[in-house]
Design a protein around this ligand. Structure first.
Ligand code: ARG
Length: 534
């Protein structure tokens, strides 16, 4: 069943069309004064008259108990108790809580994208957590989602790493940074090692079997480490989702040849570059030394995702600083005809994680903070819900903005936090336990303002999930769930449930049950647990 806001919006849009003869956005939104307010007529010289005509033309009797015009043309709508009860009953009877399935698409979600032989850092945490929740929402809406973990597993660094390992150094999946740091130190201190590392790069690129075998060990050890982090985070990335940069090696010559044939590359300072309209500076597709970089790989990946994976939507959950890179890749792929207009490519950008000092999060020693240390601390402070709290903090901050990492705030039992949401769910569940209630009916009767406020939030859930499937703004979902939890707690304070006389008790229990299911469904979409007691 369609979301109530959507039904009202459609009916008002039809009425606007009848009245004005043109398409007008009814600009419907939730209101503090009534249930909904539509501002579509505001701003016209005849705003009030248009609003009155729209009210007369719109068929709203089955939904609203009161429709009035105010000020310069606001339309104020109050849902009838009957309509509220019917909608709640329909949501409660639906295993999907009213969330519809959409026209299915094949969506590639490129997320996590850590670098092999390195520790993950908090930027990769954001990509992993946001990407995983995005995958859950898209799958829930009925899309076919293909996860692509664009592992950084290729490049000149690996000459140094292979050489270091060939000299006997062991890689420990429990401490990735030690190996990398030691290799780096040798590289800087020892000119002979540096030279051997350079020769290793050449042998790696030429496919020398011994070198490739060493490289493979480094990659698979890294994957063991990464999979252990994913497991701790409770995200759905599996071994089969790794689609590292090296996978595209064989396709890179073809990328350049095709771009050259299409006249899209120019030589500049020995490198092959694309100069794209609207961008500052070139996109370097082949470097001066003949090597390929990050851009060439991403171009090959676009082709693979469209041609082989048959995706019609490509999502890149990557930090905001890579905006220009991705936009250039998309623009060049479009120009080359690899990204037809029927395929959307979107950068799901996110901001940086900042420390209390407002700078990029660092450890006390000034080094980039290791993700595993953060996870350890979250668990040490809050037990099982610590990691969920960290995930919630990450998901609930406005995606494209930077956010400040603060353990005290994210673990607090009050405020817009994971624990608050999980406790709210526990509290609802405890009502059923205390009352020994095992079955709830489906008859709602909404009379108290606090019941009404909660009902409105619950009915808003499908619309929010559907919108998040478009915008991938997970913070809109956390905000909504938080609002559900807040209105539940106001309801619970003002409206006795177990002691209430029938039929009020049954209706309130039904509201509680729908609240619990909504919180559970929402937490699941966020990739968080919903324990029934704590
Ligand atoms: N490995 C990259 C990094 O750490 C992120 C990869 C993002 N995905 C992509 N297709 N470029 O910055």
């Amino acid at each position: 069943m369609a979301d109530i806001g959507k039904v009202l919006r459609d009916r008002l849009a039809a009425a606007f069309e009848t009245v004005t003869g043109s398409t007008v956005d009814p600009a419907l939104r939730r209101s503090r004064f009534c249930d909904f307010q539509a501002d579509g007529a505001v701003g016209r010289p005849d705003g009030r008259a248009v609003a009155a005509a729209v009210v007369a033309a719109a068929e709203l009797d089955d939904l609203c108990s009161d429709v009035s015009v105010a000020g310069p043309g606001f339309v104020n709508l109050t849902l009838s108790e009957r309509a509220l009860a019917d909608r709640l009953a329909a949501a409660a009877a639906d295993p999907r809580l009213g969330v519809s399935t959409v026209e299915p698409e094949t969506v590639v979600v490129d997320y996590s994208g850590p670098n092999a032989a390195k520790e993950m850092h908090v930027g990769h945490l954001r990509s992993t957590v946001i990407g995983d929740a995005a995958v859950r929402v898209l799958e829930h809406l009925g899309h076919t989602v293909i996860r692509q973990n664009h592992l950084g597993d290729w490049g000149t660094n690996f000459g140094m790493l292979v050489e270091h390992r060939a000299g006997g150094a062991e890689l420990d999946p429990a401490d990735m940074s030690a190996f990398y740091a030691a290799a780096r130190r040798r590289f800087e201190a020892d000119p002979d090692f540096r030279e051997r590392s350079r020769r290793r790069v050449v042998r790696l690129q030429a496919g020398d079997p011994d070198t490739i075998a060493q490289w493979r060990t480094i990659i698979s050890t890294s994957q063991v480490y990464l999979l252990s982090v994913y497991d701790r985070l409770g995200v759905r990335l599996r071994e089969g989702d790794f689609a590292g940069e090296s996978r595209y090696n064989a396709a890179l010559d073809g990328v350049v040849d095709d771009l050259l044939a299409k006249g899209l590359l120019r030589e500049s300072d020995g490198a092959l570059c694309a100069f794209l309209d609207g961008f500052n500076g070139p996109l370097i597709v082949r470097k001066r030394d003949g090597g390929y970089g990050y851009a060439a790989t991403d171009l090959a990946a676009v082709r693979y995702r469209v041609d082989v994976l048959k995706a019609t939507r490509l999502l890149y959950v990557v930090g905001a600083p890579q905006r220009q890179h991705l936009e250039m890749v998309f623009a060049l792929a479009r120009a080359a005809g690899w990204l037809p207009t029927t395929v959307r490519a979107e950068h799901i950008a996110f901001g940086s994680v900042l420390g209390a000092d407002g700078k990029m999060l660092r450890s006390r020693l000034g080094a980039a903070i290791k993700l595993t240390e953060l996870l350890d601390e979250a668990q040490a402070r809050a037990g099982a819900i610590g990691i969920d709290a960290l995930k919630y903090a990450d998901l609930s901050s406005d995606r494209v903005k930077d956010y400040t990492f603060d353990f005290d705030r994210m673990l607090a039992a009050t405020g817009d936090t994971g624990p608050y949401l999980q406790y709210a769910h526990v509290r609802v569940c405890s009502i059923f336990r205390r009352g020994d209630v095992d079955a709830v009916g489906n008859d709602f009767s909404i009379t108290h303002p606090a019941e009404r406020a909660l009902a409105m939030e619950l009915l808003g859930f499908p619309g929010v999930v559907e919108r998040v499937g478009e915008t991938l703004e997970l913070h809109a979902l956390t905000r909504h769930l938080h609002a559900v939890a807040v209105s539940f707690s106001a309801f619970f304070e003002q409206c006795p449930v177990l002691p209430a006389p029938e039929p009020v008790r049954a209706s309130r229990l039904a509201l509680c049950a729908l609240t619990a299911r909504t919180l559970r469904a929402g937490l699941d979409l966020l990739g968080m647990a919903a324990p029934r007691h704590m």
